[in-house]
Design a binder for this molecule. Structure first.
Ligand code: FAD
Ligand code: NAI
Length: 466
């Protein structure tokens, strides 16, 4: 029987990063993966394929709509969807192979099969009707999440799809009905909108992107509407009739009232994700879950069973790849006797649409609710020179700083490359920096990031270009 210092169940960004860090720290490590390929949701059916399609569809859109105004004349672009899907697959393959390489390089054993915890120090790995038990000093559960389903609406991944099916449609739907105006709905809605679909998004709440700063969400909704998105807010889909050639969705006001029927070729259900703990044998082994089905952990990622830890989407917190990765590093360091730590106050979130939306720290709503006195500095991209010459001026930067200390508490950006720009705010906040620190940091000209500096100057009411 093989004996390890650490067995990690799941090879998503949480699991494989944890395995690499543990190996760096001198542990003998194995990972268990039930899927044919390593990399988890993120690499196979999440972050990476969606970003490949977002990039390709954006190029298609640009070639059709933006090239001519810059004096680049091309004949009207034609969509070759199988080639675009092939581009996506090449990206997936490249990244998955990268994880295989990292496992080899770090001498991490890859055990293919479904992992089940038999108790402290024992993991059963089953595949193709056979099973083996491995012994280990520590176990990390990194089994991620699964799609949340809508009662009475069966996902067939052809006409009624989750994000997984929406990443692999074999033709552009004439009408795409999206249930949920969260990150997946807006990213994958953007992909198919750019490729020609008519997109209607039905959202239960009275706003899009819950959790993001309200002012940012409002402006983003206006930008998306300009792009052709239609939103039905404060509404829910209660059923989909699949009997005809066209799907017929019943849409009801969330507050109750008369229902209407919306027709669609494809319905995308993206109403969130749920922790994935199937087949792990947690109940029998004595690993407690919380009231939302997530593996319960203490501040050091330890579960209720000695020697068993959990990280990533399967535990509380934002379901984001980089949060899972940072937890993977932290738990490996804790197991090695070091002081692994994740700063949950500084976890950026990015929506990879055009323009992008990014955010770190507190929103204005959260500060109000907590009774924190704050100052706001805003700067629009219409006043940023680089954005002006590129004629991509949608959006703005918003900085929230403590009214007394000037410490930056939150930064929110809509704009091209907002997902890259947010990181200077992350570093600043990690070091407890102030708006004044940011305002006095020299920024290269001409860059979009100058808008971040100007927003910081605006906190002190002294922006230069506004
Ligand atoms: P996962 O990546 O879900 O990996 C878990 C792994 O565990 C899987 O490979 C699974 O097969 C395996 N497993 C489960 N149970 C067992 C078992 N019993 N035995 C063996 N193996 C098991 N996040 C971002 O930060 N940025 C993005 O741009 C982004 N885009 C996304 C787009 C989409 C369409 C989706 C669906 C998600 C996206 N996410 C994004 C979220 C991101 O994918 C997750 O937060 C991340 O994958 C979580 O990592 P994880 O390691 O916790 O779990
Ligand atoms: P989400 O939580 O972002 O959004 C779900 C939306 O559906 C919410 O606005 C919610 O109010 C709405 N909703 C819930 N029930 C509904 C109903 N019955 N009818 C209508 N609307 C309803 O979840 P989403 O988009 O499914 O994504 C899942 C997770 O995956 C995200 O929370 C995020 O953690 C991760 N992700 C991250 C990405 C990124 O970082 N760029 C990209 C894609 C996914």
């Amino acid at each position: 029987m093989a004996t390890y210092d650490l067995v990690v169940i799941g090879t998503g960004p949480g699991g494989y990063v944890c395995a690499v860090r543990a190996s760096q720290l001198g542990m003998k490590v194995a990972v268990v993966e039930k899927n044919a390929t390593l990399g988890g949701t993120c690499l196979n059916v999440g972050c990476m394929p969606s970003k490949a399609l977002l990039h390709a569809s954006e190029m298609f859109e640009e070639a059709g709509h933006s090239f001519a105004k810059m004096g680049v004349s091309v004949s009207s672009p034609k969509l070759d969807l199988p080639a675009m899907m092939n581009f996506k697959q090449q990206g997936i393959d490249g990244n998955v192979k990268g994880v295989e390489f990292l496992m080899k390089k770090n001498k991490v054993d890859v055990l293919k099969g479904t992992g089940k915890i038999l108790g402290t120090g024992k993991v059963e790995v089953s595949a193709d009707g056979k099973s083996q038990v491995v012994e280990t000093k520590n176990i990390v559960i990194a089994t991620g999440s699964d799609i949340a389903r809508l009662k009475g609406i069966e996902i067939d991944e052809k006409r009624i799809v989750s994000s997984t099916g929406a990443l692999s449609l074999d033709k552009v739907p004439g009408k795409l009905l999206i249930v949920g105006a969260g990150v997946i709905g807006l990213e994958l809605g953007s992909v198919w909108k750019r490729l020609g679909a008519e997109v209607v998004v039905v959202e239960f709440l009275d706003r899009i992107l819950p959790g993001m700063d309200g002012e940012i969400a409002k402006q983003f909704q206006r930008i998306l509407e300009k792009q052709g998105f239609a939103f039905k807010l404060g509404a829910k889909v209660t059923g989909v009739d699949t009997s005809g050639k066209t799907l017929k969705a019943t849409v009801e006001p969330a507050a109750g009232g008369a229902a209407e029927t919306l027709e669609a070729d494809v319905v995308l259900v993206c109403i969130g994700r749920v922790p994935y703990t199937e087949s792990l044998g947690l109940k029998e082994a004595g690993v407690a879950l919380d009231n939302r089905g997530r593996v319960q952990i203490d501040p050091h990622f330890a579960t209720s069973l000695k020697g068993v830890y959990a990280i990533g989407d399967v535990v509380a917190g934002p379901m984001l790849a980089h949060k899972a990765e940072d937890e993977g590093v932290a738990v490996a360091e804790i197991i090695a006797g070091q002081a692994g730590h994740v700063n949950y106050d500084v976890i950026p979130g990015v929506v990879y649409t055009t323009p992008e939306v990014s955010s770190v720290g507190k929103t204005e709503e959260e500060l109000k609710q907590a009774g924190v006195a704050y100052t706001v500095g805003k700067f629009p991209f219409t006043a940023n020179g680089r954005s002006k010459v590129n004629q991509t001026t949608d959006g703005f930067v918003k900085i929230l700083a403590d009214a007394k200390t000037d410490r930056v508490l939150g930064v929110h950006i809509i704009g091209i490359e907002a997902g890259e720009m947010i990181h200077e705010a992350c570093v600043l906040m990690e070091f407890g920096g102030s708006a004044e620190d940011l305002a006095r940091t020299c920024h290269a000209h001409p860059t979009r990031s100058e808008a971040v500096k100007e927003a910081a100057l605006a906190v002190g009411k002294r922006a230069i270009h506004m």
